[in-house]
Design a protein around this ligand. Sequence first.
Ligand code: ADP
Ligand code: ZN
Length: 451
Amino acid sequence: MELLNSLYPVLPQDVNCPTHPVSAMDYMPVEQLRALQLHRLKWTVEYAFERVPLFRKRCDERGVRPEHIKTLADIKLLPFSKKIDLRDEYPMGLRGAPMDEIVRFHCSSGTTGKPICIPNTLGDVAVWQNGAMRCLAMYGIRAGDVLQVSYGYGLFTGGLGLHYGGEGMGCAVLPTGGGNTERQVMLMRDLGVNAIACTPSYFLRIMDEARRQGVDFRRDTKLRHGIFGAEPWTTEMRDTIERETGIVAHDIYGLTEIAGPGVAGDCQHRTGLHIWEDHFYPEIIDPETLEPLPDGEVGELVFTTISRTGTPMIRYRTRDLTRLHTEKCACGRTMRVMDRISARSDDMLIIHGVNVFPGQIEAGLLRVPEVAPHYQIILSSTDTLDLFEIKVEVNADAFSDSVRKMEDLRKRVFDAVKSIIGLSAKIILVEPGSLPRSEGKIKRVIDNRRK
Ligand code: ADP
Ligand code: ZN
């Protein structure tokens, strides 16, 4: 219990440091941070070893015991965990804390089959809220700001994550959730919303709706900040949003297994995203050899939660590709920076022998103003060849009954995509809002090819 208590000294006192209304933890001297991480790592490993049978079994198989963790580098002795483990152990096989300490479940659907389920304790929710608050503070959002949370509420972590973060900061939170875009725009204007949190693709939908209503963001709203995450989005998309609305588009990263949004976020220098590594310890590994890679090299991001007990995750493979920076950020924060996540390792497609990432298609679509970068890649195969199709949503004001106009647009989209990936795709233009979305995220790739 003494150890458990020692996990929470950061909450909530140090969130409001007198010189900076943000957690003093962000600026913690590196040696102290490493000492804290080691302390928490040892504690978490001991905790999980005692309470999570799968973790203990895997440690036993490798002959690893908690006392073997003497330095942070010893983390490499520990077994990895993956989404499939959460599926196999569904619903609660990886739970660490007893049921009377669990206060909330979150689930993420992932791609197919059973969802994964993450039990959270009150302490876990507090750690997550701390991460979300530190992101908001870093973005310059303060008490008194009105924050519209248009991420989905419910099993998905987006809504409640930003909701708790916003309330913790003293913002007035407007919990619209996703959907009913017409009302979202009306409330944003009427309530003087300063900041909105949603997926970047949903914000594009809001921009469309505002255009339809004749609402100009600069003239008619007080919106200054967008807090966008939950899906990869390109720098080109960020530039488009900022240019068209005059807001600052911040990046927020997180995942259900580790907490939710608020694991990392970008500061004003935009060198990447600071990871709140006093709670979420990052590693980069080579996804093939599974060996740790040094800071600076691109590989798969792996997290160990070092202050969570509901579902302690050890060496969780996120499948997200990034690198950790070696140079210190000019903002003075000591928490390491990772590159923005541009792709998941399992999103890379090999089409006709060429490596293609969905972000490249998005960048191509952003060159054609009449289409929204809402798209879905569909791959299928016949006996002799792979078929490569892209469905693309046309903007409401560009959608037309004229076959000639649509054909001309289709050609331009084809050229824009081809100029980036060098491949010819069959382009299918579809109506605005018609691609299926889950929690505001579009499933980008449907691969029906024979394996
Ligand atoms: P699911 O795996 O079902 O989508 P989550 O809702 O927990 O589950 O989503 C977490 C994933 O979303 C991350 O692993 C990452 O791939 C993606 N993601 C979250 N935030 C960002 C971001 N800011 N930039 C890029 N990708 C992100
Ligand atoms: Zn910084």
